[in-house]
Design a protein around this ligand. Sequence first.
Ligand SMILES: Nc1ncnc2c1ncn2[C@@H]1O[C@H](COP(=O)(O)OP(=O)(O)OP(=O)(O)O)[C@@H](O)[C@H]1O
Ligand SMILES: [Mg+2]
Length: 318
Amino acid sequence: MTPSAPAIELRSTGRNFGTRVALQPLDLAVAPGEVFGLLGPNGSGKTTTLRILATLIRPTIGSASVLGHDVVAEAMEVRRVIGVMPEKPSLYERLTIRDNLSFWADAHAVPRVDDAIARALEFVGLGGRANERVGELSKGWRQRVSLARAIVHQPKVLLLDEPSSGLDPSAATAMERMIRELVAGGSTVLMNTHRLAEAERLCDRVAILRHGTLLELGTPRQLRNRLLGGVVRVELAAPPDTRLQHAVESLPGVAGVDWTGNGLLCRVEDAGRDTPRLVSGLVGGGAQILSVVQAGDLEEAYLELMARTETAVLEAAA
Ligand SMILES: Nc1ncnc2c1ncn2[C@@H]1O[C@H](COP(=O)(O)OP(=O)(O)OP(=O)(O)O)[C@@H](O)[C@H]1O
Ligand SMILES: [Mg+2]
C-alpha cells in the first residue's frame, strides 16, 4: 500500500436484501487520518455500508477494502485492523466490563491483555469500574464499554455506528472528545450519525445518503455553500452610506447584497473564504460591525437537501 492509498475504499459497493436495495453502488475513499461521516435518514444504508466494511455482511455488487485488504477475500486481515462500535452494543450483559474486554482481546490475540484492557478502560473513563457487570450499566456507560472494546486491540481504522446515540449532552460531548483523541493518535474514523452539529464539528468530510443513494459528498463547508449558497448576515451600528454599499458590492467573492436598514444579507461564493474579506471591506469603509453570522449550518443544509429530494420524488411520481 502506498502512503497516499485510501484507508477505506468502496468501489461501486452495493447491497440488496432480497428484492430490497439497501445500498446502491457507492464509490467512496476515506484518507488515512480522516474523520468521515455518513449521514442520512433512517433506512438510508449507513449501517449497511458500515457492516460491509466490518466484514459482517458481503456486498452483493462491487468490492471494498480497508487498509488495502479486501473485505471478502481478506476478511481476517480486515478484522485485525478495524475497531467496530455497532449500532447496538453487542456486549455480554452478565459478564463484567473486564471479562467482556478480555473475551474480545483474546479473540484478537492481544499481547499483554491486562495492560491493554487497563489502557482502554482508562481511556474511556472506566478505569475504576472494571468489575461491574455490563447489564447493570446505564446506556452512556455501555457506550463507553463498547468504545473500549472497539479500541482494545489498538486498531488503525474505527467504524462507529452512531457512537453518541441516546447519550445526554455531556456524555455525547465526552464521546466526541474521545473520538477526537483517537484521531489525534492517528486513527481513521468512519462514523454514522444523526447528530449534525457533531458531524459538523468532528468530520473532515461527510456523505449524505437517502434510499441507499449518495446525494452529496464533501466537507461540511462545501455542503453548506452548495446547498445554502453561503449567506452571511451582518449587523452594523449605523446605516451604510452609498459609498460603503458600492465598496462592498464590488468586493471579490460577493455575489449579491440585500441592504436591510442597519445591516446586510450578503451572498458570497465561499463563506469561509469570503467572510473575512467582507468584514475587512466593511471596516475599511468606516463601518462599525455589531455582529457577523454565517447563515445556515450543516443541519440546515441537510434539511434543505431533504426538502429538495422530497420535491424531486413527488415530481417524479406526478
Ligand atoms: N438484514 C436485513 N434484512 C433485510 N433488510 C435489511 C437488513 N438490514 C437492513 N435492511 C434494510 O436496508 C435498508 C438500509 O438499512 P440501514 O440499516 O443500512 O439504514 P441506516 O441508514 O443505518 O438507518 P438508521 O438511521 O435507522 O440506522 C433499510 O431499508 C433496511 O430495512
Ligand atoms: Mg443504522
